[in-house]
Design a protein around this ligand. Structure first.
Ligand code: NDP
Length: 394
């Protein structure tokens, strides 16, 4: 018997709500809350009557989140609002001694920089509150971290290098749109690239480093080196690691649009004056772009996200590729969301399920790779995200 409070009724929140309902033996009471009640009601109406309760909350206000947690009697909060709300929701969980889970690390709204520092700083507070906080339980971060822990546990004595390979080959028919929150997506993609080697971080210009990679069930796609948040925790937790990089595919049309928008200042996050009124270019752009939640029914094609790991086992060099392929149309048929939201929302539900079942149990703030990967990997196969392991030439 457990009550889950899902905060954020966007693309990912929809998948989490659907998947919690499908696992109602664990999530016996499900409450979906968001800034606008309407967003919650739309999702509630897609599910059988009485399965999901809805509430309005401004998650920027810690006291309001605490009051809602108490009112509904939440055992766990799944935070799938925006990364800007991570700290306020974490603080409400500390105050009410409630378990916490999110899918993206904290970002300050006025600075395009994401890092774990402020969330990790809450470790002792969660420990004192005697509850667990699980960071980054989406796909990447999330499943990619679990894949790394699985490779470490079952395939290697020592891991040397990890490349995280992320391909979304979906086509929604628009010349330019983002598959999840445009602000978060464009901030990530237009930032400098970063990779880690021999104990140091190296910076690259946006899209400066690229390679062609053959994604199973998709084909060869040009993949660009980006900075991505899971690398920050993996360099701490994968022992002996010498290099980690993250690559993501982008179509030519997406890149051309993004460069043009950046060149004219439309990706700016600082206010500018327009006809006597302050506007933030990125926020204005967001109002012009298609709402990601409307892309689901138009999107065709597949995603393939995985990790390529090199290292040694019993003195022998080896390389493996662990990956997961999802089909946009199949995801939409199941939960009315495309694969990007699906591959994020399913792992969020699984993380919460393992916490409530006590299979992942610790007090304090933790990242995914710190736990036994096996129960999570089993759940991925059961809950709609089957994965593959491919042995490759070392
Ligand atoms: P959306 O923009 O679709 O949804 C975000 C939701 O959060 C909206 O419904 C919005 O509410 C709600 N929200 C925003 N501000 C507040 C607030 N102050 N109080 C309460 N609710 C608020 O985003 P996504 O669903 O695409 O993404 C959700 C999260 O998942 C993001 O943090 C994103 O970074 C992360 N993500 C993680 C991935 C991974 O693999 N780890 C991949 C993709 C996304 P309303 O509609 O009510 O106005």
């Amino acid at each position: 018997m457990a009550t889950v409070l899902i905060i954020g009724a966007g693309g990912v929140g929809r998948v989490v709500a659907h998947k919690c309902v499908m696992n109602e033996h664990v999530f016996t009471k499900i409450v979906l809350a968001s800034r606008r009640i309407k967003s919650c009601q739309t999702i509630q109406a897609e599910l059988p009557l009485g399965k999901v309760q809805v509430a309005q909350v401004d998650a920027d206000i810690t006291d309001d989140v605490s009051a809602l947690i108490k009112e509904v009697g939440a055992d766990i909060v799944i935070n799938v609002a925006l990364p800007y709300q991570d700290l306020t929701i974490m603080d409400a969980c500390i105050a009410t001694k409630t378990m916490y889970l999110d899918t993206a690390n904290y970002e300050h709204p006025d600075e395009a920089k994401f890092e774990y520092k402020e969330q990790w700083a809450r470790h002792d507070a969660f420990k004192e509150a005697d509850v667990m906080s699980l960071l980054g339980s989406g796909f990447d971060p999330g499943v990619t971290n679990v894949f790394c822990a699985y490779a470490q546990k079952h395939y290697f004595d020592e891991i040397d290098t990890i490349d995280i390979m992320d391909c979304n080959d979906g086509n929604h028919g628009y010349p330019f749109a983002t598959n999840f929150n445009p602000e978060i997506n464009l901030r990530e993609v237009s930032a400098d690239g970063r990779f880690w080697e021999e104990g140091r971080w190296f910076k690259t210009k946006p899209m400066e480093v690229k390679m062609d990679w053959d994604y199973p069930e998709i084909g060869i796609r040009t993949s660009y080196l980006l900075h991505h948040e899971e690398m920050e925790s993996l360099v701490k937790h994968i022992k002996g690691l010498k290099q980690i990089r993250f690559f993501m595919t982008f179509g030519d049309s997406y890149l051309e649009h993004m460069r043009s928008l950046q060149n004219v200042g439309m990706l700016g996050i600082k206010p500018v004056m327009h006809k006597g009124q302050e506007i933030i270019p990125m926020e204005f752009l967001k109002t012009l772009l298609p709402d990601p939640s409307t892309l689901g029914k138009r999107t065709k094609g597949k995603t393939n996200i995985g990790i390529v790991v090199r290292g040694t086992k019993d003195g022998v060099r080896k390389r493996i590729y662990i990956y997961q392929v999802s089909d946009h149309e199949k995801c939409y048929k199941e939960v009315k969301s495309q694969a990007v939201s699906y591959t994020t929302g399913v792992p969020a539900m699984i993380g919460a399920k393992l916490m409530l079942e006590g299979k992942w149990d610790a007090k304090g703030v933790y990242n995914m790779e710190e736990f036994d990967p096996d129960p999570f990997m089993e759940e991925l196969n059961r809950q709609g995200l089957p994965w593959q392991v491919k042995e490759m030439d070392a």
